[in-house]
Design a protein around this ligand. Structure first.
Ligand SMILES: Cc1ncc(C[n+]2csc(CCOP(=O)(O)OP(=O)(O)O)c2C)c(N)n1
Length: 768
């Protein structure tokens, strides 16, 4: 099937020549950007930076997609895995006029061209990789592996959208990409859009061949067919006309979108095509990994390199592509589509523009009623799930809210969500299964990477979501969230990027109650990683009970441009605050629980502070122990729901003002702090507060095994007895009281070791 005429491919070839010229120029040139003079060393950037190797292939794809969009009117978002190929994308954005729309300095003439070329990889200019400053971008592609999952997230619930996704063959070696080929089994192509993966098989990564590059066409077809795709090999290294070859494949793939098996392309191209065959020393360049980054990087100092670079640049004949004034020739401007069909201007790439506030159901119907603190017990996550299920129902028609989860919904007691929607899955299951459906909006896959990638793509295209996860295993996506935090930080500095819904984690099955699964399941370190993030982005919440969790989730799902980490228990636990109290407590971030304190609101001898479900219970139990064993001690109980409220206000926007901080923690009183995670997290946040040494933080000390909850607490020195003993000791109380507390702890431990379960004194404890 031939769908393209010779004149059209001639234009596409000229268009690509212009883009390739611009990309090379961006990497090397600071002056003489149209080569109107012989190339001299002073025209070169002192530090040529960029990645040439992937650029010609990216431009081939971009121009092929331009043609497809023009021909079909197909709204298309491009997700570029090899984000290091930014010069190619910049060149295309400039020629389609998107750059000039966002920044008039990048006008479609000689001055805009010089600005574009000079700004690339220059201090204060464009970074070497794709980034939020670049129009059309929802994926940076710096840390490789996540493009395809992100593309799927973008396509969900957006019928009519095509998400074309370039995946590098090096990137394809990553675990997340390997898992991503199965995403099509979760994408409802009736209620959602399509993803067209384009595996860019240029054979090499930085310095060696790729695995996929060594696979034969038969192997590739068999592999991707097995993954559920209808693959097409597009080998432009053998084609007489690369543009026609790709155009035919894209047309055919577009025609197949409605078919049973989704189409994908395997694009064989020569890495760094267009570069010289070899450098003056004889090292091969074009078509090899030596073209990956900056070939001829010595051009400023070595005349032979300079001459080759000049030849290379002139091989594109810029004088035939740009007029005297630098304005691109008219035929080049006819290649990209217009308006919002341009790949850089498709509204989904600035998803905040499309975001609508969620219709959050009122919490009152879902709250746990209580007549006194601890007067009821409830599973925080199960309580939240009934509310989230209502939110699922309320978004049934809008289809802009999803929950992603690594197969732990039931296990995290979030099963009630499945009364409102099914688990997304498009395949027939040969055996037994429950609550699966193509249009389900809960997405369960045993890949934290896919959950994260899907959610990122979904949020960045204007929708909302929640990621419940086992606390210990969310660290699998540490790298991804690092990158996402950077994306959000930079997006906030780009005026035209509209705010997107926050990325919300609900971390549960927390370590303290993983006594049955054991050591591997005990690991609260994700919080420490979050604390490394910008104050404008990161939030950490530790609601102590079901009502406070409701209030916390309501806040997070209404917020924008944040990464909210919420840690909450799933076991039934005391409910300490009614809904209005929980609201007020959450608003404050931290507060004194007067009902549990014995300091009459002033001059405590010691503060018992806590953050997290289990630490709060232990702290309240410790306060009770102290009332019995050290009745003269004036104890204040403080609960912290917003970890960053502890930070000095000048360091974090959530930091309590000094008077509020002092109202909780005084200025010189000892504080025994029971913390959900590693103690270092609290110490880090407190840095800069007055006399931080008086904070004695108990938390997870990396001790654990399969045992009882009380033993787990004891091995980390966070039982109620440890906390009470620390309070007595730091407040200068009678050491005998402390010893007695530890003796009692050891008796209870002995009970656990003798009977295989904790003593009724522990399991049956209630606040009274
Ligand atoms: C997760 C990750 N590991 C390593 C790197 C370093 N790196 C940058 S580019 C690259 C090779 C990429 O090869 P490929 O995906 O085939 O892209 P292309 O050849 O088109 O440039 C590597 C390993 C990275 N960016 N991300």
């Amino acid at each position: 099937m031939k769908t393209i005429e010779g004149t059209e491919t001639a234009t596409l070839r000229r268009y690509r020549r212009a883009c390739d010229y611009l990309a090379v120029a961006m990497i090397y040139l600071r002056d003489n950007t149209l080569l109107r003079e012989p190339l001299r060393p002073e025209h070169l950037k002192p530090r040529p930076l960029g990645h040439w190797g992937t650029c010609p292939g990216l431009t081939l794809v971009y121009s092929g997609l331009n043609r497809l969009v023009r021909r079909t009117g197909q709204r298309t978002l491009l997700v570029t895995g090899p984000g290091h190929g930014a010069p190619a994308i910049h060149a295309n954005l400039w020629l389609e006029g998107t750059h000039a729309e966002y920044d008039p300095a990048l006008s479609l003439d000689g001055s805009g061209l010089a600005e574009l070329v000079g700004r690339f990889s220059w201090p204060g200019g464009f970074p070497s990789h794709l980034s939020p400053e670049v129009p059309g971008v929802i994926h940076e592609g710096g840390e490789l592996g996540y493009a395809l999952a992100t593309a799927f997230g973008a396509a969900l619930d957006d019928p009519g959208l095509l998400v074309a996704c370039v995946v590098g063959d090096g990137e394809a070696e990553t675990g997340p990409t390997a898992a991503s080929w199965h995403c099509e089994k979760f994408l409802d192509r009736v209620g959602g859009g399509n993803v067209l993966p384009i595996l860019h098989l240029n054979g090499y990564k930085i310095a060696s061949p790729t695995v996929y590059g060594t696979m034969s066409d038969d192997e590739l077809v068999a592999y991707f067919t097995g993954c559920g795709w209808s693959p097409r090999i597009v080998d432009v290294t053998k084609a007489a006309d690369a543009d026609a070859c790709l155009a035919d494949a894209l047309d055919a793939a577009h025609g197949d979108l409605a078919g049973d098996r989704p189409p994908m392309l395997v694009l064989r191209s020569a890495k760094g095509a267009g570069a010289p065959e070899s450098d003056p020393e004889g090292t091969p360049l074009a078509g090899t990994f030596h073209a990956h980054q900056v070939p001829l990087s010595a051009a400023r100092d070595d005349p032979d390199h300079l001459a080759l670079l000049e030849n290379w640049l002139r091989s594109y004949h810029p004088e035939e592509l740009f007029g005297d004034d630098g304005v691109p020739a008219g035929d080049l401007l006819s290649v990209p589509p217009e308006g919002e069909l341009r790949l850089g201007k498709v509204p989904q790439a600035n998803g905040g523009l499309l975001r609508r506030d969620l219709p959050l159901p009122a919490l009152e119907k879902f709250r746990v009623g209580l007549d006194r603190p601890g007067g009821a017990a409830a599973s925080p996550t199960e309580t939240a799930a009934t509310w989230l299920a209502e939110l699922m129902r309320a978004t049934e028609d809008r289809r802009d809210f999803r929950v992603v989860c690594p197969d732990e919904l039931e296990s995290n007691k979030l099963g009630p969500l499945l009364t409102a929607t099914a688990r997304a899955f498009t395949r027939e299951v040969p055996g037994y299964a429950e609550q699966l459906g193509a249009d389900g909006r809960v997405m369960e896959v045993l890949s934290e990477h896919l959950c994260q990638g899907w959610l990122q793509g979904y949020l960045l295209t204007g929708r909302h979501g929640l990621f419940p996860c086992y606390e210990a295993f969310v660290s699998i996506v540490d790298g991804m969230v690092n990158q996402y935090a950077k994306f959000l930080k930079m997006s906030g500095e780009v005026a035209w990027r509209a705010p997107v819904a926050s990325l919300n984690y609900l971390l549960t099955s927390e370590g303290w109650r993983q006594e049955h699964n054991g050591y591997s399941h005990q690991g609260p370190g994700f919080l420490n990683n979050m604390l490394t993030k910008k104050a404008s982005v990161a939030r950490v919440y530790l609601p102590a009970d079901a009502n406070t969790l409701l209030v916390t989730l309501e806040h997070c799902l209404a917020s924008t441009d944040r990464i909210n980490v919420v840690v909450a228990g799933k076991q039934a636990t005391g409910v300490w605050l009614d809904l209005p109290e929980a609201r007020e407590h959450f608003r404050a971030g931290a507060g004194v629980w007067h009902w549990a304190s014995t300091d009459d609101g002033r001059d405590p001898d010691v503060v018992l502070a806590c953050a997290g479900t289990v630490p709060t219970t232990e702290t309240l139990a410790a306060a009770e122990l102290l009332a019995e064993s050290a009745p003269g001690l004036r104890v204040r109980v403080v609960n912290v729901v917003d970890l960053l409220s502890l930070a000095p206000a000048e360091r974090h926007p959530h930091g309590l003002a000094d008077p509020e901080f002092e109202a909780c923690f005084g200025t010189d009183v000892p504080v025994v702090f029971a913390f959900h995670g590693y103690p270092s997290a609290v110490h880090e946040v407190l840095h800069g507060r007055p006399a931080p040494d008086r904070f004695h933080v108990h938390g997870y000390l990396e001790e654990g095994t399969t045992t009882t909850p009380f033993d787990l607490l004891a091995s980390n020195r966070m039982t109620r007895h440890d906390l009470a003993r620390a309070a007595v000791s730091h407040a200068g109380g009678d050491p005998a009281t402390g010893e007695e507390l530890l003796r009692r702890r050891d008796e209870l431990l002995a009970h656990a070791f003798a009977h295989g379960e904790d003593a009724p004194e522990i399991t049956g404890w209630r606040w009274s």
